[in-house]
Design a protein around this ligand. Structure first.
Ligand SMILES: Cc1cc2nc3c(=O)[nH]c(=O)nc-3n(C[C@H](O)[C@H](O)[C@H](O)COP(=O)(O)OP(=O)(O)OC[C@H]3O[C@@H](n4cnc5c(N)ncnc54)[C@H](O)[C@@H]3O)c2cc1C
Length: 438
């Protein structure tokens, strides 16, 4: 123990003794002693219990010592609220930081076990990814095959066409999903071109831009999940594939966005003819289902909220037309919603043409047959700048081919028919299909 500590200890005990022995104490003495106790507090020796000392001091001189000041009660609630807020903020930040850390440092994965069954999943869309996220990959050797190495959040795709949503924010890399599974999952960026249910093999084709020495191979499976979605239905109408934009993939949304701006810029080109300006600023959407309706609304909003301000000289020339072959848009929804959509579109000056069937598309015109209220059919030729085709889905060739190999599927039209356990009809356990008809 150092000399200074010894001195402090001695002085502390002597002060304590003096207080205990003293019979009476004036307030002035009390104040001077209090200040010596605060000196002690500051230069507190390690073994000196200041609290204990203060307590015994107050007990002995309760008559002269002023009562400790009562803490203000008024702001107790706000103090509690403030503490709760900052503790929750600290807790929330720590939780978030841990989440990010965990995401970036996934645990080591188990290697595939050859003694386990091969589970092959075709596709990386809604069906495939929802299964993959729930699947205990330790029970199988899981192989995912898809030409798209990311999951796409399709409900926000129409917003990508106008730049309201950035396309990267609706894509999730499939590798990041598979990397967080307990057992390793294999991914092949390829298209399944043929399924052989007898030999239990899938033929896969690497159709990406960069190709290696092997582009085509076979993958064998014990269990197969077919979740390849659907392709755009064009009903064999001439010119649709060549001249329209679709709205299914991220590339489609980017193409539409580029085309909208190209139409606007070309319409404002020097010495442009009024007819050409009208054509370029006429945006036609074919298909009055959810995708077509959502996109038409998004387009008009984009024009009203942004383009009109950027390019005021075309503000009265931009026009959106929605074409639907059936008597009303959104045929799968309630009458109330249909009426609401039609009245909102009227307010927004979006033209809805129902009972109108597109017959032909060229690079600059849409030819459609319109049925009047009297049942009379007339042919309309509409010049357009942008044509978006959103008329629904068709079965993918690989699924059509599989259906043709299974006699029980001969009456299926919209996709593989499955039972209540999603097992393909006509096959027993190993082949399942996830089919969402969006
Ligand atoms: C613009 C838009 C907006 C939508 N909004 C909504 C909405 O708000 N609410 C809603 O419920 N639904 C919505 N849908 C519908 C929804 O996206 C579909 O129902 C859903 O995507 C279908 O899921 P899926 O797994 O069957 O197919 P998809 O999600 O289309 O996935 C198919 C996967 O299979 C892959 N694939 C394709 N061919 C092959 C092949 N030969 N071999 C291997 N893999 C292949 C594809 O690359 C893709 O990864 C929307 C659709 C679109 C286009």
């Amino acid at each position: 123990m150092t000399a200074s500590r010894l001195i402090m200890r001695a002085s502390a005990s002597s002060i304590g003794r003096t207080f205990t022995k003293a019979a009476a104490l004036t307030p002035a003495t009390y104040r001077s002693l209090s200040s010596s106790s605060s000196i002690l507090t500051r230069a507190r020796p390690s073994s000196f219990d200041n609290n204990k000392f203060q307590r015994s001091f107050r007990r002995a001189y309760a008559d002269v010592a002023p009562a400790p000041a009562k803490k203000a009660r008024r702001f107790r609630f706000f103090r509690f609220l403030w503490r709760l807020t900052y503790l929750s903020t600290i807790g929330g930040t720590a939780y978030l930081a841990y989440g990010v850390w965990e995401l970036r440092h996934p645990e080591e994965q188990f290697e595939p076990d050859p003694s386990k069954k091969n589970l092959v999943i075709l596709g990386t869309g809604w069906g495939a990814v929802s299964l993959l996220k729930k699947l205990d990959t330790e029970n199988y050797n899981v192989i995912v095959i898809s030409p798209r190495n990311y999951f796409l959040f399709t409900p926000l795709l129409p917003s990508c066409t106008t730049g309201t949503v950035e396309h990267r924010s609706i894509m999730e890399p499939i590798r990041s999903i598979t990397r967080h599974k307990q057992a390793a999952v294999k991914f092949y960026e390829a298209e399944a071109t043929k399924i052989d249910p007898e030999r239990k093999v899938v033929t896969i084709d690497d159709n990406s831009d960069i190709k290696g020495a092997t582009n085509k191979t076979e993958v064998s499976y014990d269990m197969l999940v077919v979740s390849v979605g659907a392709e755009n239905a064009t009903f064999g109408i001439p010119g649709v594939k060549e001249h329209s934009c679709f709205l299914k993939e991220i590339g489609d949304a980017q193409q539409i966005r580029k085309r909208i701006m190209d139409c606007v810029e070309t319409a404002t080109f020097k010495d442009q003819t009024p007819e050409e300006v009208e054509r370029l600023l006429h945006m036609v959407v074919v298909g009055g289902g959810p995708t077509g309706v959502e996109f038409a609304g998004e387009l008009q909003d984009f024009f009203d909220q942004d383009i009109k301000k950027w390019v005021p000289e075309i503000s009265d020339k931009f026009k959106v037309t929605l074409i639907e072959a059936l008597p009303n848009v959104l045929p799968m929804f309630s009458k109330q919603l249909i009426d609401y959509t039609e009245s909102t579109f009227k307010e927004e000056k979006i033209t809805i043409m129902t009972k109108t069937a597109v017959k032909k598309v060229t690079d600059k015109t849409v030819e459609a047959e319109a049925t009047g209220p009297d049942g009379k059919k007339t042919m309309e030729i509409m010049p357009y700048g942008l044509l978006v085709w959103a008329t629904g889905n068709a079965v993918r060739p690989v699924v059509r081919d599989l259906m043709s190999q299974i006699p029980a599927q001969k009456d299926s039209r919209r996709g593989l028919a499955v039972n209540e356990y999603l097992v393909v009809q006509g096959r027993s356990f190993p082949c399942s299909a996830f089919q969402y008809h969006g």
